[in-house]
Design a protein around this ligand. Structure first.
Ligand code: SF4
Length: 390
C-alpha cells in the first residue's frame, strides 16, 4: 500500500494519465492558450511567463494506427506515438508546438505534426549540442530569444523580464520540492515506489505549475516517516529511458521482484528536475545557463562535453544512493542511448556493478518474461558481494 496521501496522488494521476483532458479543462477555465513542447531541454518557463499552459507532449497508451505510415517502424515509440496522436487529432487542444532540440527521430515527429496539422504554428529552435565551444552559449542565448519571440507571437502576449523571473521562481520551487522526494526516497525513511516517483515528475510536466506545487506541499505535509530504512531489499538505480515515461507495469515488476528503486537518471525522473534556473538579473540568459548546467548535473548522451560523462556521473550516483545494481531501461530504437550504452556497460563492469538491460517498446513487453529476468537479476545481486563503487 502506498505511503503517500491517496487523494493528492489521485489528482496527479488524473493529469498524468490524460494530459490532453487536463489541458482542455485548463483552457476552458482560463481562456488562455496551451502550448505543446517536446523533451528534453525545452524551458517551459517562457510559455508560463506568456500566460499560457506549457505541456510536454507525452506518449499515448493506445496502439499506433493512423500514424503508422508517417514514420518508419524503426523510430522510437515516443516519436511514433506523437505522430499517431497528431494524425488522430488528439493533439488539437494545443495552440502551437515548440521544440528545443535534439535527435533526428524527434525531428521526424515534429515534421509529422507539420504535415497533418499545417495550420498549427510549430517552432523548432535547434540548441547546439556541443557544449564546450566558445560559440555555444551565445548561440543558445539567441535560440532562446527566438523561442521567446515565437511564443509571444502565438500566445499574443509580450513577456517581460519580471514575468519570466516570476515563472523561473515558480518552476525552481517545484523542482526543489520534487528533489526533496528524491532525497527522502534515497534515505529509505519513506517508501516511494518507482511508479509513484514517475507520477510525481510526469504530472509536473503537464500540470499548471502552481497547482502542482500545492499538491506536492500537501503530500509532504502528510508524510509519515519511518524510524529506519528497510534493509532486506536490493537497492537499485534506474538508468536511461529518454523522452517518455517507462510503462508503470515495468516499474512494478522491478520492485515486486525484490528491488527497491532508490534513484534514477530517467528523463521522466531525476534528469528532468536536476537543475534550477539561476535567479539572476537577466532571466533569458539564465535559461541558457540552465541548459548548459543540466548537462553537468545530469549528463546526457545527446550532448557533447569534455567536462563530464554519463558513466562517471552514474558511478558517483550509485555511491551516493548506495545502490548495488543498475537496471538500464532503453526505449527500442533510441539511437543516442544505443550508441552510448556500450560505454556505460563497460564502466559498470569495470567497477563490478551488476546491471540488467531492459529494452522497452511502445506496444509493451511480456511482463512474465520480464519478471523471470528481474528475479534472476535480484538473486544474482544477493549472491554478489561487491562493495558500492568508490
Ligand atoms: S532521444 Fe531517443 S527516445 Fe528521445 S526522441 Fe530520440 S530516439 Fe526517441
Amino acid at each position: 500500500m502506498s505511503e503517500l496521501h491517496a487523494p493528492s496522488l489521485a489528482t496527479l494521476r488524473t493529469a498524468a494519465d490524460d494530459p490532453v483532458s487536463y489541458a482542455q479543462n485548463w483552457k476552458d477555465t482560463h481562456r488562455r492558450p496551451v502550448i505543446g513542447s517536446f523533451p528534453m531541454n525545452f524551458p517551459s518557463e517562457i510559455v508560463h511567463a506568456a500566460g499560457a499552459l506549457p505541456v510536454i507532449v507525452q506518449e499515448s497508451k493506445t496502439p499506433i494506427t493512423e500514424g503508422r505510415s508517417m514514420l518508419a517502424e524503426f523510430y522510437c515509440g515516443y516519436t511514433r506515438s506523437v505522430a499517431d496522436q497528431a494524425a488522430l487529432g488528439e493533439l488539437d487542444v494545443f495552440d502551437g508546438f515548440v521544440a528545443a532540440d535534439h535527435c533526428v527521430q524527434l525531428l521526424g515527429a515534429v515534421d509529422a505534426i507539420r504535415y497533418v496539422r499545417p495550420e498549427k504554428p510549430v517552432h523548432f529552435a535547434q540548441f547546439t549540442s556541443a557544449m564546450d565551444d566558445a560559440w555555444t552559449k551565445p548561440r543558445v542565448d539567441s535560440r532562446i530569444g527566438d523561442l521567446k519571440t515565437e511564443i509571444e507571437t502565438v500566445v499574443g502576449t509580450a513577456v517581460t523580464a519580471e514575468d519570466l523571473a516570476r515563472s523561473i521562481g515558480l518552476f525552481n520551487a517545484n523542482r526543489r520540492l520534487l528533489r526533496r522526494f528524491y532525497d527522502l526516497r534515497r534515505s529509505g525513511l519513506i517508501r516511494i515506489t518507482a511508479g509513484e516517483m514517475q507520477l510525481l515528475v510526469k504530472s509536473s510536466m503537464v500540470m499548471d505549475i502552481e497547482e502542482h506545487t500545492s499538491v506536492l506541499e500537501t503530500l509532504l505535509d502528510r508524510l509519515v516517516l519511518r524510524d529506519q530504512a528497510p534493509d532486506d531489499l536490493v537497492r537499485l538505480h534506474l538508468s536511461g529511458h529518454f523522452c517518455h515515461a517507462p510503462k508503470p507495469e515495468i516499474l512494478d515488476v522491478i520492485e515486486e521482484s525484490g528491488g527497491l528503486v532508490v534513484d534514477d537518471d530517467l528523463y521522466t525522473g531525476y534528469r528532468y528536475i536536476s537543475t534550477d534556473v539561476p535567479e539572476s538579473d537577466d532571466p533569458l540568459k539564465a535559461l541558457s545557463t540552465w541548459y548548459m548546467q543540466r548537462n553537468i548535473n545530469a549528463p546526457c548522451p545527446t550532448r557533447v562535453t569534455s567536462k563530464v560523462d554519463w558513466d562517471t556521473y552514474l558511478l558517483n550516483s550509485l555511491a551516493e544512493s548506495r545502490s548495488v545494481g543498475v537496471v538500464v531501461l532503453m526505449a527500442k530504437f533510441c539511437e543516442p542511448h544505443m550508441l552510448y550504452y556500450p560505454e556505460l556497460r563497460k564502466a559498470l563492469e569495470e567497477h563490478d556493478v551488476p546491471s540488467l538491460l531492459i529494452e522497452t517498446e511502445h506496444e509493451g513487453i511480456p511482463v512474465e518474461t520480464l519478471r523471470t529476468k528481474m528475479e534472476t537479476f535480484i538473486e544474482r545481486i544477493r549472491r554478489h558481494s561487491a562493495p558500492v563503487p568508490a
